[in-house]
Structure formats: structure tokens, C-alpha cells
Design a protein around this ligand. Sequence first.
Ligand SMILES: Cc1ncc(COP(=O)(O)O)c(C=O)c1O
Length: 393
Amino acid sequence: MEAVGARSLVRRRGRPRRRWSIPALPTLRPAMLAGGARTALPFPLDAAGARFYYFARNAVWAAVKLLGLPGKEVLVPAYHHGVEIEALVDAGAVPRFYPLGVGLSLDPHVVVARMTRATAAVYVIHYLGFPQPLDEIVEACRARGIPLIEDCALAGLSTDGERPLGSRGDVGIFCLYKTFPVPNGGVLVVNGTRPRGVPPPVPPPWTSTASHVGSSLLENLRLRGGPPGHWLADALRLAGRAVWSGAGATRVPTGTQHFERAHVQMGAAKVVHRILAAQDFARIVEVRRRNFFLLMGRLRDVAPPLVQELAPGVCPLFFPLVVARKSEVRRGLAARGIEAIDFWRTGHPAVRPGEFSDVDRLRETVIELPSHQDLSPAAMEFVAQSVREVLGA
Ligand SMILES: Cc1ncc(COP(=O)(O)O)c(C=O)c1O
């Protein structure tokens, strides 16, 4: 598959000027709807008994039930999205928070030191695809006979050396639509011999899936089609919206901040499997790593790097940029057609501001830049140059 290149070059007022549209998430090409079987499916897509939900949050909720955690204490990181904590709480678990160590890494000594007799499970998040140091925590969980939950919602396709993230914990939780161009999808895998008995997910409304598929196809057109692609995508989006709202069709949004019990049993759409079968997984990892390296090299001198290296096997979800004025920087990038995400500005209200000052600082200063598999080196150079301009570098 060809990543988007210099085709978006347009001329305005005699000056060559690129008009980019760089979405935060990968987009769907029509050919992917035909499926395919290019490569074997990687973990967790190939895992026996993997449950495919609409969202990762549904998998978190199911994990609490499956592991018998209602009414019990779960150690969770203070740096989190918020919706995973809502899902834990809704399912009946009681979160107790632990701080981060350096950068995006937890400190295993601190986590182990926080375990008490009341601790019934430990929850770790592999931020943006970067593996957490798990050895000590796995050992401590094993010694106490309590489960480890690996949240890999941001870590699809990432490995720690040879070992896929999400395969060491008692359960692994994944979000598919962040890494792949699928309309919905979250996965729960149960590793080892724990019982797997959670009720099977129910199919989502087809209208919702169709709406997300349509949006992603239009994003793809906008990304690859140059100015005519932009024009056509805008026209089709307006027409689609009119038809959709006229028909009163349901759309269950993805990427939202809050958990909804009404959707907890909702499963992934069938087309998700078809689209996954059309992915070139090795290439996705390769391109994401290349793009991350490019941004790392170009932005090191204007923003302090949050991660120091890209270890073998890491499949980065986004490039984290540390900036003082997040909103201003995001606005500047949006004006250039780049969708940067302010992913974790706020967390769950159970964590009070000031309680974990390092986490507060991350929430105040980190935005995520797109670096996914649709983006060519030229697109990444445009992102890097835009960041430099916006920061006045
Ligand atoms: C760490 C983490 N876990 C779980 C989730 C929930 O993912 P989903 O939106 O698929 O429910 C998110 C969402 O961003 C997340 O960041």
C-alpha cells in the first residue's frame, strides 16, 4: 500500500503549497472491505477465545466480572484515560491509584509497595505502545494469587522483545479502532487457565457500523485525493449526514470520554474481521516506527522528548509532544490540516488535582501527533515543520 505522498500539492497564488489533511487515526481504503488473507493474524486477533467487543471499555467491564473483582480493590495508574476507570467502577471494582515513574513508565517497586492485603488485582497501561516493566509485578501478583490486567488499548501490535503486550497478564485488553482502520472493536483475551465465561457480545446496529465505515472512507479520500478528494469528501459527507439524520439512523460514537452501561454487551461488527484480514501487519509496525523516528529526529530540539528510545518491537500509537500551550499548538496544527489529539487532559474524578503532581504535568503538557501507517515521510516532514512553525522554532 502506498502511503500518502506529494500528490496533495496544489498551487495557490502562484506559490506551490501543500494542502494536507492528516487525521489522527488510520483510514479505510475501499479495497480493504473486500478482505484478504495476506498474513497470519497476530496476537490478540488469533488468540483462542478472544472476545470482540465494540469498545475496549466493554472488555474492561467484562474482565472485572470474569475475574470476580466486584467489591474489591484494584490498583490502577493515576495516569489513565478515564473511561477505563469508569468501566471498572461501573462493574463494581474499587480503584486505588498509583503514580508513574519516569516519563511514561511505571515504577514496579512503587506498584509492588502499594499492594496490600486488600489488593485484589493490578491494572497496568502500556502507554502509546511502550511496554511497562512487568517482571516484578507479575512475580508479586503470582505470589499473592491475584490477577494482572494488561490494558493494551494504546498498544496494538506492540511487543516487549518477542513477547506481545497483553500476553503476560491474566487478561489483555485491546482497542482495535485506534491502530487499524476499523469502524469499531475492542478485544478481551484471557491468558492461561482462568475461566472464560462471559456472555457473548451482541452485534452492533448496522447503521452505526455503516456510518463509521463511510466516515473513514471519506477521510481516506481526503488524505489521498488532493483538492478534488477534499471537495468530493466534503460533498459526500454533507449528503450522507442529511440522509442519515433524515432516516433517524443510530450512530454509536467511538473514542468518547464516558462509559455507558447501555452499550456494554455490544460487540464488534462482522466487517471488522474482514478489514483486519486485509491488513499488512508487519508494514503497519514498520511505518509507525519509521514515522516516530522521523518526528523524534525533527522535534528533539524544540520539545523535550517524553520517551528516549524506540525499543525493538514497539509499535507506537502516536508521537507524544510536550508543549506548554497545548490548546494553542493544537489550533495551529488544525489550521494546517493536522489532527493532533489532547488525549488525556482530564482523568477520572476520583483522582484529585495535586494528588499526583507528575501526572498533572503530563495532563497539562502532552498532545499526541499522528504518526500512523497512512502517512508518508513527506507527510511526517509536513507535521514536523508545522510543529516547528507553531512553536516559533
Ligand atoms: C488506556 C485506555 N484503556 C481503555 C480505553 C477505552 O477504549 P475504548 O474507547 O475502545 O473503549 C482507552 C481509550 O482511549 C484508553 O486510553
